[in-house]
Write a protein that binds this ligand. Structure first.
Ligand SMILES: [Ca+2]
Ligand SMILES: [Ca+2]
Ligand SMILES: [Ca+2]
Ligand SMILES: [Ca+2]
Length: 312
């Protein structure tokens, strides 16, 4: 099972990586927040005056945010507008204020390419789900043999060489992937990739202590989740900026492996394999753990610094 599930997880993780690297859109902003700290106060008016008249750099990254009165240009009128709003209770600051958002009057020449608000270019659940569906193969070919082991004196080989053919014509046992989803647990800082799939026909070669070798034909339903811990900075608007990604591990509690005989009247020997379902599952989980860490090391660097939307 190692090589097959490794591929499944590898695909899922690769997808995860692609998702997070594809985020270069115009930034949202808070109008009037010139120094990008999520609030509008006196320091913003001062920062804008320093930008306009002393040439201090930084605020030019978000000119829409500097256009406090939303008249389509940045000038002395904007910090004055802020001061009147703050101290005289004058006209309110036009949207987006006080929350992050986009410019509703975007018929100007001002843009915002960077601010403290990440919610335009962050990853949403539907983005994650759709891209997982797009990138994870519907059929994954498991290389033979999946498992070759001895349980209670019985030699068992799962998917022995030459026992199956994949859609691409190569030898191996095909897994049909039914569903791949990803859930972010903000409290635990974990990403869970959940997979469900099935193998319509897989051969178990059983050589018991007594009697000759026997081939048994089974179908398998499988599901399981991979837990990927991360550390993150929570941004003022609730988005999470991923700082580091840890090693992924199989959530053993989540793994379900159901084995059913395809033979109407399975032999006594084939019935043995059904009794070893839990042992086979344990081997699969153990092998997966090692394989998964290899895959994660490859993608860790690419995940660092990406941003998850506040609602995730
Ligand atoms: Ca500010
Ligand atoms: Ca203005
Ligand atoms: Ca505008
Ligand atoms: Ca604009």
């Amino acid at each position: 099972m190692r090589s097959g599930l490794f591929k499944i997880l590898g695909s899922a993780l690769l997808t995860f990586c692609i998702l997070f690297s594809n985020s270069n859109m115009e930034a949202a902003f808070i109008r009037g927040d010139v120094n990008f700290d999520g609030d509008v106060n006196l320091t913003d008016a001062i920062a804008e005056l320093e930008y306009l008249f002393l040439g201090k750099i930084g605020p030019e990254k978000c000119l829409d945010g500097l256009d406090v009165d939303d008249d389509g240009s940045t000038n002395i009128g904007d910090p004055i507008y802020s001061l009147r709003f703050l101290f005289n209770g004058a006209q309110p600051i036009p949207q987006p204020y006080p929350n992050c958002g986009e410019d509703p009057t975007d018929d100007d020449d001002l843009n915002c390419v960077e601010s403290f608000c990440p919610d335009v270019d962050c990853m949403r659940q539907e983005d994650l789900d759709q891209l997982l569906l797009t990138h994870v193969d519907e059929v994954i070919c498991l290389e033979s043999p999946l498992i070759s082991t001895t349980i209670a004196g019985n030699d068992i080989v799962v998917c022995p060489e030459g026992s199956g053919i994949c859609p691409n014509g190569g030898f191996g046992c095909p897994v049909l992937i039914d569903e791949v989803t990803i859930d972010i647990d903000r409290n635990l800082n974990d990403a869970y990739i959940q997979l469900t799939g099935s193998i319509p026909s897989i051969i178990f070669e059983i050589d018991p202590i007594l009697g000759g070798p026997t081939e048994c034909d089974f179908s398998v339903d499988l599901s399981g989740a991979v837990s990927i811990p991360f550390t993150a900075n929570e941004l003022p608007n609730g988005a999470l900026e991923i700082v580091t990604i840890g090693d992924g591990t199989i959530d053993a509690e989540s793994v379900v492996l159901n084995l059913d005989s395809n033979d109407a009247n399975p032999s006594l020997i084939c019935g043995l394999a059904l009794g070893f379902e839990d042992a086979i599952k344990d081997i699969a989980i153990e092998q997966l753990g090692a394989a998964l860490n290899e895959a994660l090391i490859e993608v860790t660097n690419e995940l660092t610094g990406t941003i998850l939307c506040p609602e995730l």
